[in-house]
Design a protein around this ligand. Structure first.
Ligand code: SDX
Length: 431
């Protein structure tokens, strides 16, 4: 753990009590107070709903600088990884700490290929979901059900990777792709291991309805989009995976819970919500001012979806990459997407509006990604599933890191009780 401890350099004093805490300094200079003995010594807790000021762990996977709009995975700039790697290389880096050598990559790819299929019973399970089921509901429940298909939980190893980890990387896109096809009465397409990770997903989903040339263009964009979604330190869904792992629940239970957390429109569900918002604006004749007005209205629960972030107080660096991917994709596919123009106009108005500027609200990763998925012919209801496909590597990396942390404890936050104080019981006949 690359954590420097400066002894006893902070004190908290109240009601005649003094709590002296160590200052913990991370490898990038982030500072934390060691509050692990605070309640024992003072009887008080630290209340921080939403954990905006509370660290749940140390981690060596991803560093974010919200003020500068920086993101690095294991020390590498996200832009460099997006420009030079494919998704599986980044997944390897996140989970095992180093970019793979050619030999390590061949071994890793071999394991992926060995597990790159959906067996007949998994296909059958998918075929029995109501066709109107939301793809995120199907993904979460099928992932949770994988414990029923693979009883060798955590037994088989590939390096430090449980085979279950490799299975989740391979099955997730295939579950998504087959769910898309079975909802439309189409048969399962066995993946083609000659194709890359993103292209295999597109092939398993669209089959020959998309030409190999078009599929390659889409796959090039999708590999980058999966990479920019791969990890983002202690976001809501990754923290959920850690919390579930803290009870020693298995990998499928932890990731199934992470999928549920990601589904929310304030988190990964925002990419679907952004397209709904842009389509609404388009249908209303492009009245951007009305949308901006609603987003600023405290009495209106409407929010500018794809805007704002708990950590970034400037432009989300992933939004820059996503916008470039969208522009290249539309040009390579030779298509126009009016929603992109609406998004750009909306962004221009918002980032010059004091309401947004004063609250540090800028486009986040979800603002442009939906227009790329739309251009690929992926249905809106699957947008967050693609976010989950990318984030799978991060969830698994944090799960492995948590499991390897000898100081790990079950997550069990405290609270401050504000309910009715003690009172005597009253039998029903006397109420
Ligand atoms: C992701 O954590 C991660 O890393 C997440 C993620 C990842 O990779 O895992 O980056 C992925 O989830 C990106 C965020 C996607 N969600 C959205 O785009 C939904 C719209 N954004 C928001 O709802 C909001 O900005 C959040 C949820 C992203 C952040 O919420 P916070 O940090 O709790 O901020 P807040 O709700 O306290 O807002 C602070 C102020 C409030 O106004 P005041 O009370 O100060 O007057 O900003 C306002 C909010 O009303 N505000 C917005 C707004 N976001 C915040 N007002 C209008 N539109 C918005 N989008």
């Amino acid at each position: 753990m690359n954590l420097e401890t400066k002894k006893d350099v902070a004190t908290v004093e109240f009601q005649g009590k003094t709590y002296t805490t160590d200052l913990l300094v991370g490898s990038e200079g982030e500072v934390g107070l060691d509050m692990r003995d605070f309640r024992n010594q003072t009887g008080a807790i630290c209340l921080d709903p939403g954990f905006g000021n509370t660290g749940s762990c140390t981690s060596a996977i991803t560093f974010l600088d919200g003020e500068k709009g920086l993101i690095r995975h294991r020390g590498y700039k996200l832009q460099d990884l997006a420009d030079n790697c494919n998704y599986l290389e980044v997944a390897y880096l996140l989970m095992l700490g180093e970019l793979p050598t050619p030999y390590q990559y061949r071994q890793f790819l071999g394991k992926i290929h060995e597990n790159n299929f959906l067996g007949p019973s998994l296909q059958e399970l998918l075929n029995h979901y109501p066709t109107q089921s939301h793809p995120m509901a199907v993904l979460a429940s099928v992932v949770l059900s994988l414990t029923g298909f693979y009883s060798d939980l955590g037994v088989d190893k590939f390096y430090e990777l449980d085979l279950d980890v490799v299975r989740l990387l391979t099955k997730t896109p295939l579950i998504a792709a087959h769910n898309y096809r079975r909802k439309r009465g189409m048969k399962y397409i066995p993946p083609d291991n000659n194709l890359g990770y993103a292209e295999n997903f597109l092939y398993s989903m669209f089959g020959r309805s998309v030409s190999p040339e078009r599929r390659k263009i889409m796959a090039k964009a999708l590999e980058k989009l999966l990479i920019i979604h791969a990890d983002h330190e202690q976001n809501c869904s990754t923290s959920t995976v850690r919390v579930i792992s803290s009870s020693n629940a298995n990998v499928y239970a932890a990731v199934g819970g992470g999928i549920g957390a990601l589904w929310g429109p304030l988190h990964g569900g925002a990419n679907e919500a952004v397209i709904n918002m842009l389509e609404y604006i388009n249908m209303q004749g492009g009245d951007l001012e009305a949308v901006i007005k609603r987003a600023k209205d405290k009495n209106d629960e409407f929010r500018l979806m794809g805007f704002g972030h708990r950590v970034y107080k400037t432009y989300d660096p992933r939004a820059h990459i996503a916008k470039k991917v969208v522009d290249e994709l539309l040009e390579d596919l030779g298509v126009e997407e009016p929603l992109v123009d609406i998004a750009m106009k909306l962004e221009k108005i918002a980032i010059e509006d004091d309401y947004f500027v004063s609250r540090n609200l800028y486009p986040n990763v979800d603002f442009y990604t939906g227009t790329a998925y739309k251009a690929m012919g992926i249905p809106k209801e699957m947008f967050t599933v693609l976010f989950a496909m990318g984030r799978m590597a991060g969830w698994l990396a944090h799960l492995l890191e948590f499991r390897a942390d000898e100081s790990r404890r079950i997550s069990r936050p405290r609270q401050i009780y504000t309910g009715v104080t003690a009172r005597d019981f009253v039998p029903m006949t006397e109420r």
